[in-house]
Design a protein around this ligand. Structure first.
Ligand SMILES: [Zn+2]
Length: 146
């Protein structure tokens, strides 16, 4: 009864690989949002059954990759939470805080023949801190144009 086991491992490995490639291809925080001092990403998970999951917190600094895709905390789920579009929109718009909720679109396969949908709910909060430049920030944008 272990026939599908390897297949499942490969599927999850593919996801992790995808994640690594995405991170490698991402621009840095400095490029995505010049003037950003840091970005703090907080993730909270809540399953329908009320199971508790440890919240996750990530802090990014200017040289870090602006990559906001996180694997589902269930070890048997290959799902990813993709906050890339939301986070980049917040960075480009210099939004101080973005919040929302996503459901895991992966499937859990403790029994590989069934693979029921995971649907673990994740609430995120993305907080952007800008560098304090007392003078530069006060200048109107037009002043820098020729
Ligand atoms: Zn999941």
């Amino acid at each position: 009864m272990r026939l599908s086991r390897n297949k499942k491992v490969v599927a999850i490995w593919d996801r992790r690989d995808e994640l690594r490639k995405g991170r490698a291809a991402a621009e840095t925080l400095r490029t995505a949002c010049p003037g950003a001092a840091s970005v703090r990403v907080e993730l909270e998970f809540r399953s329908a059954a009320g199971e508790a999951h440890v919240p996750q917190v990530f802090s990014l600094f200017p040289p870090a990759k602006a990559h906001f895709v996180y694997p589902c905390p269930y070890g048997d789920c290959g799902g990813l939470y993709d906050l890339q579009a939301v986070a980049l929109q917040a960075l480009h718009g210099k939004q101080r805080r973005s919040r929302g909720t996503l459901k895991c679109a992966g499937s859990r396969s403790r029994d590989p023949t069934i693979g029921r949908p995971c649907e673990l709910q994740m609430s995120y909060s993305i907080t952007l801190a800008m560098e304090r430049r007392s003078h530069a920030e006060e200048l109107p944008a037009a002043a820098t144009e020729p």
